[in-house]
Design a protein around this ligand. Structure first.
Ligand SMILES: Nc1ncnc2c1ncn2[C@@H]1O[C@H](COP(=O)(O)OP(=O)(O)O)[C@@H](O)[C@H]1O
Ligand SMILES: [Mg+2]
Ligand SMILES: [Zn+2]
Length: 320
């Protein structure tokens, strides 16, 4: 299916044309919009946001299903450890969250990539995996909202990273009926190291976003008394997606993460505080090295004034 841009009055041109330059020229009549070629499959879906009550860790529920039409490319463009990512365009619905034509990403878990073939257990698994992604990412989003309101009180902090929301998608006409939907992030997609926030790729570039992600991890770790770690920070610049959460095995205040508890120990051992941790008054997680013993002749050091900065304690129950 080829179409001019979505706001063009010509609308969708279902066509048997092959994409020769002639066809492209024929598709140019719209003067206001550039011609866009979308090859994909249209389907009607229902999308549900994850909503929270006062206690966002334990009181989470899916909101009303919103009808939407999407057109999804048949070949995935991204692949991670667990899921394949397909470019999709919102043809209608989901307003005002997205405008028509908004570039989005539909993610399908690999466990069910062969289809569910109407098998109840597989459908269940498919639902649970998609729902879990929504719980994890949207919960991390609530934490980063709280972090943002604290960071904003320190002028020098500057821009704060955002974790984008994801929606649960029901695709009644598809053999893999559950997936997630989110906006497409444009630009260099990178993962940030838990240790120092550097990009995890060959360039190992240092970035403000990466450092602010690490400070965010430290802030959440501190405010949950070491019980919850937002991990796997990745995305484009200040916009993040596909983060993970690690908690103790039994969970934390009714919430269970999707990453191994050992991620928390790893963070504790590796995290290096940066200037953004300092701006928030966070103290180093590693135990301080034991002081060298003074010799009998060495002069007694003068008592140093105590550092005034207190770590911020944010009441995570008060939603921003
Ligand atoms: N919102 C997005 N915008 C642009 N590219 C994305 C987006 N989400 C994921 N990708 C790309 O798709 C890949 C796989 O998606 P991801 O969510 O990381 O899957 P997994 O859960 O398997 O790690 C990513 O590594 C990235 O290259
Ligand atoms: Mg990933
Ligand atoms: Zn730190």
């Amino acid at each position: 299916m080829y179409q001019c841009c979505l706001s063009c009055p010509l609308g969708t041109l279902t066509s048997e044309f092959h994409l020769t330059s002639d066809v492209l020229i024929e598709l140019i009549p719209c003067q206001n919009h550039t011609v866009e070629v979308v090859e994909g499959v249209s389907e009607d879906v229902k999308c549900a946001p994850l909503l929270f009550k006062d206690d966002f860790l334990s009181e989470q529920y899916f909101g009303e299903n919103q009808p939407a039409s999407i057109m999804t490319e048949q070949i995935h463009f991204g692949e991670g450890m667990h899921r394949r990512a397909f470019r999709t365009k919102l043809v209608g619905g989901m307003q005002p969250t997205f405008t028509a034509g908004h570039p989005c990403v539909l993610k399908v878990h690999n466990v069910v990539s062969q289809g569910t073939k109407k098998n109840e257990d597989l459908i269940h698994k498919n639902y649970n995996l998609a729902a879990e992604e929504c719980y994890v990412q949207n919960t991390a989003r609530e934490y980063i909202k709280a972090y943002t309101s604290v960071a904003k009180t320190t002028e020098e902090f500057g821009e704060v990273p955002e974790i984008i929301p994801i929606f649960l998608v029901h695709r009644p006409s598809n053999d893999i009926p559950y997936a997630t939907l989110e906006e497409e992030l444009m630009g260099d997609f990178v993962k940030y190291s838990v240790k120092d926030g550097k990009e995890i790729n060959l360039t190992r570039r240092d970035s403000e976003a990466g450092q602010k992600c690490c400070a965010f991890q430290h802030w959440v770790y501190h405010n949950t008394e070491g019980n919850l770690l937002v991990t796997d920070m990745q995305g484009v610049g200040m916009k993040l997606t596909d983060v993970g959460i690690a908690t103790p095995k039994k969970g934390y205040k009714g919430f269970k993460g999707n990453c191994a508890t050992s991620f928390i120990d790893q963070f504790k051992a590796l995290h290096q505080c940066n200037k953004f941790c300092e701006l928030l008054g966070l103290k180093s997680i590693q135990p301080s090295l034991s002081k060298p013993k003074r010799t009998a002749t060495a002069p007694k050091p003068k008592p140093q004034p105590q550092a005034k900065k207190k770590p911020f304690v944010f009441n995570l129950k008060s939603k921003s």
